[in-house]
Design a protein around this ligand. Sequence first.
Ligand SMILES: [Zn+2]
Length: 71
Amino acid sequence: MANRKQVPEIAASTCRHVHRLIVERFDRELCPDEENRVDLHIAACHDCLVFYDQLTLIHKAMEALRQGLAG
Ligand SMILES: [Zn+2]
């Protein structure tokens, strides 16, 4: 009876996939399906949310640096 596995949407492999999408997001535009997957996942997975936040911060810092250098 207790054999019902409760595998949540957030499996380890999904985290890895989402990590990759988060990284790729800065290089290319994700399709709406991928965007959706990332959004849904980081809303429920703290690890990936932290990863996303850190990457966004780094990206912003790099962007600011580039603009500073360009000016
Ligand atoms: Zn995750």
